[in-house]
Design a binder for this molecule. Structure first.
Ligand code: ATP
Length: 966
């Protein structure tokens, strides 16, 4: 067992026997007596004497890293706790072991360790969390009656104060180490105290532009400045690097103000032939050295990143040549021995291997889906067919995801070409089936690189001709460059910002030995990927396609791609008109219920779940208007293909939802579930849906009707459901807030000098507030987890005043303060507006802005739709796999048949509700006690240079530190 965070515990006893027992006790746990103190006896006795001790020992548990040791200072002094009090306490803890949750004990000492060796705790008075051999927390009572927790989690799952832990990624974030957090905190409190010479980092955008590139540049500039670096923007990609001069210019903090919301790239991009030649790269090298730049961050596609890697490989030869030709001197040569590079993939195509998403892809997808929804309206009116061609070159990601989000009838992808000479007939029969099934309009999506199995291009016109053949009035729409443009969506702003900060960290950590890396993302976790491997894998896709090895091409796409492709095909190509085809080996009757408030993506998930049930031969039954609908009106309806299909792309919740819980009438609910032979239940919604699952699971003892497999799919804009880092609806909500805040900021452009206090929803969870702050560049953000401290408020107001004064009206847009609706019990939004107003000293005026129900979003975002569909299929698969029969005897084993599905630490995971309820739920505050999104708040502060009262008070650090240092 090694400590992973510093702790310093001081214990004093007035009983010498217990003092000796305590030393032995801690030694058994791996602590060793601090040799330094023991050999320096004079010091020891002096110290002991000085603080009135009769004896004193310091024990140390060595740490994993530097300064991570945990120490315990034991003192035997007359002023200490009397022996009988300690013994009484031990007795009390022993008797309460099985009835009391030790996590709720306020005075617990906490030590963070790398692992817990349960053997060490044998024969001790302990409680394990969870109560298994591989527990995450071990609570132990020492001979003095103190409760000490050993935890492998950065934040323990204690139940007091709704404690939280920044251990896993949030909506989208990396998992910073404690050191990272400290570094950020230090940076945000001034950012200039880092040691060493100032590094110079160059940043450029290259290749095709993509929405979010500006956000990436902003993040690099501000993270770089925070890390004590000078950041240089290089205009027009590699061309600017070769031209030098004004094309390379130092960026200040203010230069990137307003970058977040602007599409394209403000520092310019280009395709540069000269950089492909060594001579061009030699000149680029010279220009960099002349400016003292020794690190380069490239934002572009695989071509740009390959160029960067070649540049880095050649660097030693290039500088040698510059020295030999006397273009640089010895000193410059020595100072620039190595080029550090890192890359971010900015591309709408999402064609880079080894990363799930590229910057710009979701913005482009959003544009495509919006355009298709417009086209669909006219298609529906005239009962027409539309063939829509979308971009993506050799990658079918955009086409596939648009097809899922827009429920296209058919899609042509380069990775899955249809058989030559057969595709026309196949497509016609699928579309005729859909028409027969009740569809009034037809949508076929054709990827730019669509081909048949013989590599012949499939053009939109060819598809149109095939549709005309079956009598459909067909039009072709080529979306073209509208797909590239516009303001980035929330996801791209977030992705670009987090990746930008990571890219800066990456170049600063890089050594000549480390391979060049690009910053990627897996599900919702920021990762680093070796550049060469990623580029090679990307190229292998195109090669595999050209060699007709389409299976290999697909396998090189991300895991999401293949899973959703399989789901899409199984649903869209099923023979829905022939019921015999849809018979399951073990048909089930699956109930689908929505509980809580509506959230974007709910309909997509319900629709996909129902369609998938039908494809598998099951019967989907929608329970209308939540538990009250079932208990009071027996509102239950079998879903057929068309009724499920119709709701797929809509916002809100078509089957109706409210906040009623099963206790509205347990008996009636059980009765109706039995009456309708429901043998699997999918519950979609927020905290009430989660709570419903817990209540039903708990009531299995009494009601046999609940002894069926059940799954909860979290869908709520508050993102407060334990068991997932990300709920459905959050992305839709953040997109609405992005648009809202952009408009609000813009509205101040004529008056200037205006700040807005934007009140956002989220209940007791600060997730939406923190993410909104990051993606809108808000000046301050107040969340319930932190409350509003007067000192911080004062500091925020002063900072805002200074910003307005320094700016002198140059920046037209308004500035934002994001306030969660429950951030403080003492201050209302109106109070905050008044305080800011009062204290502005005429530097700015303040307005309140409350988006209210706008936050639920209109149409769900493609991300929510796609994720909803994907998770819904997983839910049905889970229900199919779980045994239907539940027996009283094996009850404990069956807790795995009631699970919450979610995204946890970059994986889709099903976690038993029993576990989550016990270990991760703060029932009073209706949220998870794992606040994985916390680093986002921290990053939001860094990005706007928000001063903080102190490290410990501002960031998750305080909770981490509180947990570790006593
Ligand atoms: P997109 O995906 O939008 O096309 P990209 O980065 O792949 O972006 P490219 O045109 O392939 O776009 O590359 C952009 C620039 O990167 C090129 O104009 C060239 O300057 C440089 N570049 C590309 N490939 C190389 C290479 N192999 N060696 C050196 N430089 C390269």
């Amino acid at each position: 067992m090694l400590a992973t965070g510093p702790s310093a515990i001081s214990l004093v006893t007035a009983d010498e026997l217990l003092y000796d027992e305590a030393i032995e006790f801690y030694q058994q746990l791996g602590f060793i007596i601090n040799a330094e103190w023991n050999t320096q006896e004079v010091q020891l006795s002096l110290s002991a004497h000085a603080n009135g001790s009769l004896r004193e020992t310091t024990l140390v548990l060595f740490g994993v890293g530097q300064n991570n040791d945990a120490s315990i200072r034991l003192r035997y002094a007359s002023t200490g706790v009397p022996g009988d009090v300690s013994r009484k306490q031990v007795k009390h803890m022993r008797s309460a072991r099985d009835t009391m949750d030790w996590r709720a004990v306020e005075s617990c000492q906490i030590i963070v360790v790398d692992e817990i060796d349960v053997e060490l705790f044998k024969d001790m008075l302990t409680q394990r969390i969870p109560p298994t051999e591989d527990c995450k927390e071990m609570y132990v009572v020492d001979p003095l009656g103190n409760l000490v927790a050993f935890t492998v989690q950065k934040m323990i799952s204690n139940t007091r104060k709704g404690a939280s832990g920044a251990t896993t990624p949030g909506y989208l974030t990396t998992v910073p180490s404690r050191e990272d957090l400290r570094e950020y905190a230090r940076a945000s409190t001034g950012g200039s105290e880092a040691q060493g010479p100032r590094k110079r980092i160059g940043v450029l955008t290259s290749g095709g532009d993509a929405p979010g590139m500006n956000a990436a540049v902003r993040s690099v500039v501000r993270s770089g400045i925070n890390q004590n670096c000078d950041v240089y923007a290089i205009n027009e990609g590699y061309s600017g690097l070769i031209k030098g001069g004004d094309m390379i210019h130092k960026m200040s903090w203010d230069d990137v103000r307003g970058y977040l919301s602007i599409g394209g790239t403000l520092i310019g991009t280009a395709r540069c032939m000269e950089f492909r030649e060594r001579a061009g790269r030699l000149q680029a090298c010279y220009n960099m050295i002349e400016r003292g730049i020794d690190a380069l961050i490239v934002i572009g596609g695989d071509g740009s990143l390959t160029g960067a890697d070649t540049f880095r490989d050649e660097w030693p030869g290039l500088i040698k040549e510059l020295l030999d030709t006397k273009r640089i001197d010895e000193k410059q040569y020595k100072a620039h021995q190595h080029l550090n590079i890192s890359g971010m993939v900015g591309s709408i195509d999402n064609d880079m291997a080894m990363t799930d998403h590229t910057i710009g892809a979701y913005s482009s997808l959003s544009r495509i889906c919006t355009n298709i929804s417009w086209v669909s309206a006219t298609a529906e009116s005239h009962s027409r067919a539309f063939v829509v061609e979308v971009m993506g070159r050799h990658c079918g990601w955009l086409a596939l995801m648009a097809s899922i989000a827009c429920r296209a009838d058919y899609v042509f992808l380069p990775e899955m070409p249809p058989t030559a000479n057969e595709w026309v007939g196949k497509m016609q029969s699928v579309i005729e089936r859909h028409r027969k099934g009740g569809r009034r309009s037809t949508l076929v999506v054709v990827a730019e690189g669509a081909i048949d199995s013989e590599l012949n291009r499939i053009s939109p016109e060819m598809v149109k001709d095939a549709l005309v053949e079956i009598g459909l009035d067909t039009r072709v729409t080529t979306l073209g460059h509208v797909q590239r443009g516009g303001s980035p969506v929330a996801f791209d702003r977030l992705l670009a910002t987090l990746q930008g900060a990571e890219a800066v960290r990456c170049v600063l950590e890089s050594t000549p030995e480390t391979p060049s890396e690009i910053i990627g993302i897996r599900l919702n976790k920021i990762i680093r990927v070796p550049l060469q491997e990623s580029v090679a894998a990307t190229k292998r896709v195109a090669e595999a396609i050209s060699k007709k090895d389409f299976q290999l091409a697909r396998s090189l796409r991300d895991s999401d791609f293949n899973e959703v492709l399989e789901n899409y095909l199984s649903i869209s190509s099923a023979d829905i008109t022939n019921k015999d085809h849809l018979k399951a080996a073990k048909p089930m009757r699956i109930g689908i219920i929505a509980v809580g408030a509506p959230a974007g993506g709910m309909n997509a998930a319900i629709s996909t779940a129902a369609c998938y049930c039908l494809v598998r031969g099951h019967t989907p039954l929608a329970i209308l208007n939540s538990w009250s609908g079932l208990a009071r009106h027996e509102s239950i309806k079998e879903l057929d293909w068309m009724s499920a299909d119709r709701m797929a792309t809509l916002g809100g919740c078509e089957i109706g939802c409210n906040r009623s819980l099963p206790d509205v009438d347990f008996g009636m609910i059980a009765y109706h579930l039995s009456k309708h032979d429901i043998d699997g239940l999918m519950i979609i919604g927020g905290f009430e849906a989660y709570k419903s699952l817990q209540m039903l699971e708990n009531a299995r003892n009494i009601f046999p009707a609940f002894r069926i497999p059940m799954v909860c799919l979290p869908a709520t804009i508050s993102n407060n459901v334990p068991g997932t880092d990300l709920s459905l609806g959050c992305d839709t909500c953040l997109n609405s807030l992005t648009t809202y805040c952009d408009i609000v900021k813009q509205s101040a452009s004529s008056t200037r000098r205006r700040a807005f206090v934007v009140e956002v929803q989220g209940g007791n969870s600060g997730f939406i507030a923190a993410n909104t702050a990051l993606i809108t560049g808000a000046h301050a953000c107040y969340v319930p987890e932190k409350g509003i401290q007067l000192e911080q408020l004062t500091m925020d107001i002063r900072h805002l005043r200074e910003c307005f004064r320094a700016d002198q009206g140059r920046q037209r847009a308004g500035r934002l303060i994001i306030l969660n609706e429950k951030a403080s019990r003492g201050f209302t939004t109106q109070n905050i507006v008044s305080i800011y107003s009062n204290e502005s000293e005429g530097a700015f005026d303040v307005r309140e802005a409350v988006p209210g129900h706008i936050q639920q979003g209109g149409l769900p975002s493609p991300l929510d739709q796609i994720r909803g569909s994907r998770l819904a299929v997983r839910c049905i698969k889970f229900l199919e796999e779980m045994p239907c029969q539940w027996s009283r005897e094996t009850r404990s084993d069956k807790s795995t048949s009631a699970c919450v599905i979610g995204v946890v630490e970059a994986k889709v995971k099903l976690t038993p509700i029993k576990y989550l309820w016990e270990y991760e739920t703060d029932e009073t505050l209706r949220r998870s006690n794992r606040m994985s999104w916390y680093p986002v708040l921290l990053m939001a502060n860094v990005m706007t240079g928000r001063p903080v009262i102190d490290e410990a008070d501002q960031f998750p650090l305080d909770q981490i530190e509180q947990a570790c240092v006593t």
